[in-house]
Design a protein. Structure first.
Length: 232
């Protein structure tokens, strides 16, 4: 883990992952996976096992859990998963510190956007339900339900931002988010409250925070230091 308390120096834009980063949907995800497991005769898992195994491509994750993807097409499993997940995700709570981080970014003149592997329609509906609609400059989700990488969407967002990629910080909760950031040229930062546990996230060459609130503490400290420097 890289311990760098100055990630916000020079940052012009924050891009957030959604699932597991801003919204606490882990319990729902585990429930939806187990619902699929019940249908296809795969043993249930708990949250710890989910976070230890969850990965991209998601088809490999299901294979690791014991789903027979030769017998049951991955698309059918995803369809069954989303029937439960999409219907209930708007009821999931936000992680602590979401509104505080967004407000701190606004006060500092830092833009904020979202890139998510959720379907765009579901994403927008959930943002509205959580009081976040209109709080982001750009909201980018998938146009399909194939549970694929969001790298292509991140590349398109970077073009829309019109600022140097290394001035953007991407905050996510998985090693896939780290890979997306590196592919686009964004600086990665990870929080361990989401879909992968801290021990896995620490394999990446990126700062790992225990929560958004912890991130906010570092950010506030850095802001005070910058203000003090400007007043000298």
């Amino acid at each position: 883990m890289m311990d760098d308390r100055l990630h916000f120096s020079g940052i012009k834009h924050l891009v957030f992952d959604w699932n597991g980063t801003l919204i606490d949907d882990i319990a729902l995800a585990v429930s939806a996976v187990n619902r699929c497991g019940e249908r296809y005769a795969v043993p249930p898992i708990d949250t710890a096992r989910y976070r230890a195994l969850f990965d991209f491509p998601i088809a490999d994750f299901y294979a690791a859990l014991g789903f027979d993807l030769q017998r049951t097409p991955f698309a059918k499993i995803v369809e069954h998963y989303l029937e439960h997940f999409d219907r209930n995700v708007a009821h999931c709570p936000l992680h602590d510190g979401v509104f505080e981080v967004l407000e701190a970014a606004r006060e500092a003149g830092i833009g904020v956007s979202i890139v998510s592997a959720s379907h765009c329609d579901v994403l927008l509906h959930t943002l509205d339900a959580k009081g976040l609609y209109g709080r982001f400059e750009h909201v980018v989700g998938l146009s399909h339900n194939q549970a694929t990488s969001k790298t292509a969407e991140a590349v398109l967002l970077q073009k829309r931002l019109g600022t140097p990629a290394n001035r953007t910080l991407f905050i996510g909760d998985t090693l896939h988010d780290y890979d997306v950031a590196r592919a686009v040229g964004w600086k990665p930062l990870l929080v361990s409250t989401g879909h992968q546990d801290a021990s896995r996230l620490q394999r990446a060459d990126a700062p790992v925070f225990g929560s958004l609130g912890e991130l906010l503490g570092y950010y506030a400290s850095d802001t005070r230091r910058c203000v003090a420097h400007e007043e000298v």
